[in-house]
Design a protein around this ligand. Structure first.
Ligand SMILES: Cc1ncc(COP(=O)(O)O)c(C=O)c1O
Length: 445
């Protein structure tokens, strides 16, 4: 019996879509793209979900003409706010292929080759951290999910060793990423925040004093989001070991620097941690969404995660499944674009790209120091720097930032540092041109 497919294909439209993807990868985004208010999107997109369908061409035109231009182009080299993105052409091209390959990589049965390749990328990261054969992990959607999955494993390990305390407690610094507070709420644990020093590093003595019965993990920063600060991981590892606690290192942004082995001294002590995360979609040149969660002893991750169900009984149990290591079941192999890009360019290209971003951040910092009217406040720490513009309040800085965002010249936003409004720059893109950035910053003076 022959019958028409439920959903028709359109070869010409398909080819046009793939052509759009190719052009986007080759030419990059339009830096003038950015958020539109809801009423303008309503007017432009209207009722695009209809009973009869718009057809491929019209629906795709909505994406190319309305949706894509209303989204912030984080991967443009002028994007220096938050922690941006800078996927390599190979990673981005491969991601498009990956969408077409439709691989289920929740378990070995569904995606063995993909999982094996992802594991090679994870092994590379674990090796850079100084971890041995027992290490392993999984790629999850982002740093938030990576931190949550690691901290759940930490709590399970604590409970197995010490029993259930009256109240579970988590210790972190005031500079910990906002995801840590959100995770404490989700896990329903107390969060004890310890002050940080003038550069944003946790006060280790204060951390010692803040440990209480029920504290099950210490969260260290390896690249705090606001300041780039890297905590004293060796001292925190000593403290964690002395008290039988789990040390989790949040390196969502900063641990990407490990790709340049010359940065290893910055992270001394990482080899003693129990888990870390790093987001390839931040400073490791991969597209959204991808966070590498790595356990020093992968069996401790597996002891805490995994799902059971009669419908899962038929699965291969001889291999560790990605779904055994974090809070998820179905997943795409979101670590493969990193693996592919590493395979294409080699790890030395990654080291060189990291070194280049360090140089760019330093050149911008030097330029700011030399510019009358701007004061460098902090950094660069890793590739984050903060500077003040005397005489300009938050509203004036915000207006300046919005003007340059809209023209496509620069995305650089204010933040608050020690109660003061300052401008913040974070460089993750090796194509950022420091001369161009400094030319735009001159308009502040
Ligand atoms: C240090 C740090 N941890 C965690 C996160 C959360 O990562 P994600 O946005 O991928 O969930 C971020 C995001 O910027 C971060 O900078």
């Amino acid at each position: 019996m022959t019958h028409a497919p439920a959903f028709a294909s359109d070869p010409a439209a398909l080819s046009a879509m793939l052509g759009w993807a190719e052009t986007r990868i080759r030419t990059g985004p339009d830096p003038r793209s950015g958020a539109l208010p809801r009423d303008r999107l309503d007017a432009a997109l209207g009722g695009s979900v209809t009973a009869g369908g718009l057809g491929w061409d019209r629906a795709f035109a909505l994406f190319s003409d309305v949706i894509a231009p209303s989204c912030r182009p984080f991967d443009h080299p002028t994007s220096l706010a938050f922690v941006a993105a800078a996927p390599t052409p190979a990673a981005q091209g491969f991601d498009a292929v990956l969408g077409a390959a439709e691989i289920f990589a929740g378990n070995w049965d569904g995606g063995s080759g993909a999982i094996h390749a992802e594991n090679q990328a994870l092994d590379w990261l674990a090796g850079l951290a100084g971890w041995g054969d027992g290490a392993g992990g999984v790629f999850v959607s982002g740093g938030t999910m990576g931190n949550l999955s690691a901290l759940h494993a930490a709590r399970v390990a604590f409970e197995q060793a010490h029993g259930r305390p009256e109240r579970f407690r988590l210790l972190a610094s005031t500079e910990a990423h906002s995801s840590i507070a959100a995770i404490a709420r989700v896990m329903d644990v107390a969060l004890d925040l310890v002050p940080a020093d003038a550069t944003g590093r946790i006060d280790v003595e204060a951390a010692k004093d803040a440990l209480r019965p029920g504290t099950f993990a210490i969260v260290a920063n390896a690249g705090a989001t606001n300041s780039g600060a890297v905590d004293d991981l060796a001292a925190l590892a000593d403290l964690a070991e002395a008290r039988g606690l789990w040390l989790h290192v949040d390196g969502a942004y900063g641990l990407a620097a490990l790709a340049d082995p010359g940065t290893a001294p910055l992270f001394a002590g990482l080899e003693l941690a129990d888990s870390f995360i790093v987001d390839p979609h931040k400073w490791l040149f991969a597209p959204y969404d991808s966070c590498a969660l790595v356990y020093r002893d992968v069996t401790r991750g597996a002891a805490a995660h995994g799902q059971r169900g009669a419908y899962l009984d038929a699965l291969d149990t001889h291999h560790l499944n990605p779904s055994d290591l974090a809070l998820h079941l179905s997943r795409r192999p979101r670590g493969l674009p990193l693996w592919f890009s590493l395979s294409v360019y080699g790890t030395e290209a990654y080291a060189a790209a990291i070194r280049r971003t360090f140089r760019i951040a330093q050149e911008i910092a030097d330029g700011i120091e030399a510019m009358p009217g701007l004061d460098l406040v902090l950094g660069p720490q890793l590739t984050v720097l903060l500077f003040r513009v005397p005489g300009m309040d938050r509203a004036a800085l915000q207006a300046w930032a919005e003007g340059h965002r809209r023209s496509g010249a620069l995305l650089c936003l204010p933040t608050t540092w020690r109660g003061e409004t300052v401008l913040r720059i974070c460089v993750v893109n090796p194509e950022t041109d420091p001369t161009h950035v400094l030319r735009v910053l001159e308009t502040l003076t």
